[in-house]
Ligand binder design. Structure first.
Ligand code: ZN
Ligand code: ZN
Ligand code: ZN
Ligand code: ZN
Ligand code: ZN
Length: 373
């Protein structure tokens, strides 16, 4: 009744009679109700395959390089022509080699002034006109409104000079109720604003009354570092060749698992995988199932940058078994260290029924699980 295949490897390892023998042994060891005299209802045989290719690769690149100033490349080996054609000794392992193309080394002076250039922030002048336009700004304490009680009484024309004095500072000046001071204009004692002494205006804090601010970018020097040469005054151009050796690992696992985690775990820990020898030419080894051959061939394709490789390819047969008289269980059978391993799980049909049965049945599920495990 099983859909036995013509694959020798599978048939050899998992014949119907071997499976039945293994199931009987499994139930005898306490793997569930007795299976004696059981008949197979359905057997699906699959070949599991895992393949790991570690390629030792070589990649070569050529890059135009530029450095600030004079670059000392005398320690690097030279190559002629294209880096791809340059002969190199057999590599010992992963690593990177950096080379310089012969004749490509070119130190050039920068057209700037020895690494400096006119400051772009101030066009070389070292400063900017201040935003105050050389007008002293109003005092920040009296806001130029009645800076002196006596001057106000004198009325008429504002006699205040625009020549502001340095603003008085300190907490006492701006404290609430700070005392009035002698007016610098009309000389009346205790009449004027403590910050501006009655002038109504203070010296501009940005330019200190000079009308010009120092350029922040060049600190007033008018020259700055030339970005193109990094301030070095010269540049070095050359062509760099690199050769990189690396181990690159690619893994393949077939088929996509459709079995429960319980089975997956047993397969990783207890299955006896059979090593298959890949022919030196890199073809798909004998014993690999037909349905895997195309994927394995693609996985083994030789890469353009591949120098050598190490391949491990292993297979393991797996049978999914249903019995005539035991519709609620599915058995997964595969070769173990000494004999066939059996992992039993609930059948999908039973799982569906249990889920559909609802809350009351949950108690039954627990009981069934207890019985089965
Ligand atoms: Zn500047
Ligand atoms: Zn006054
Ligand atoms: Zn004031
Ligand atoms: Zn100013
Ligand atoms: Zn420069």
């Amino acid at each position: 009744m099983s859909d036995a295949r013509e694959d020798e490897a599978l048939g050899d390892a998992l014949s119907d009679s071997d499976i039945l023998k293994a199931l009987t042994l499994h139930s005898a060891r306490g793997g569930g109700p007795a299976i004696g005299g059981a008949r197979l209802r359905h057997v699906r045989r699959q070949q599991l395959l895992r393949c790991r290719v570690v390629r030792f690769t070589e990649r070569r690149h050529e890059t135009p390089r530029t450095a600030f100033g004079k670059e000392d490349l005398s320690a690097l080996p030279l190559y002629e022509g294209a880096i791809t054609d340059h002969p190199l000794p057999e590599p010992e392992g992963p690593g990177k080699i950096t080379l310089v193309r012969a004749g490509s080394y070119r130190p050039v002076p920068c057209p700037c002034d020895n690494g400096s250039q006119q400051c772009a922030g101030c066009s070389g002048s070292g400063g900017h006109p201040c935003t105050c336009r050389n007008e002293p700004p109003p005092c920040d304490v009296c806001l130029d409104v009645a800076p002196c009680a006596a001057c106000e009484k004198a009325g008429g024309a504002r006699v205040r000079t625009t020549k502001a004095r340095p603003a008085a500072s300190g907490p006492g000046v701006t404290a609430p109720g700070a005392g009035r001071v002698s007016c610098a204009v009309c000389r009346t004692p205790e009449a004027a604003c403590p910050r501006c002494s009655g002038r109504g205006r203070v010296r501009c804090p940005h330019c200190d009354g000079r009308g010009r601010e120092t350029c922040a970018r060049c600190s007033g020097r008018g020259v700055g570092t030339h970005d193109v040469c990094g301030g070095k005054g010269s540049l070095t151009h050359w062509v760099e060749g690199t050769v990189e050796y690396a181990h690159e690992t690619a893994s393949l696992s077939l088929p996509k698992p459709d079995w429960p985690d319980k089975v997956r775990q047993r397969l990783t820990t207890a299955a006896r995988w059979q090593r298959r020898t890949v022919p030196p030419g890199g073809g798909v080894p004998a014993g690999v199932d037909d349905e895997h051959r195309a994927a394995v061939a693609a996985h083994l394709t030789r890469g353009r940058v591949e120098l050598s490789r190490r391949v491990t390819l292993e297979t393991c047969p797996l049978a999914r078994v249903e019995l005539m008289d035991d519709p609620h269980r599915v058995f997964h059978v595969f070769p173990g260290a000494r004999s066939l391993e059996v992992v039993s799980t609930l059948s999908d049909r039973l799982k569906r029924r249990l889920i559909a049965a609802g809350a009351v049945i949950i108690i039954v599920v627990v009981l069934v699980l207890r019985l089965l495990t």
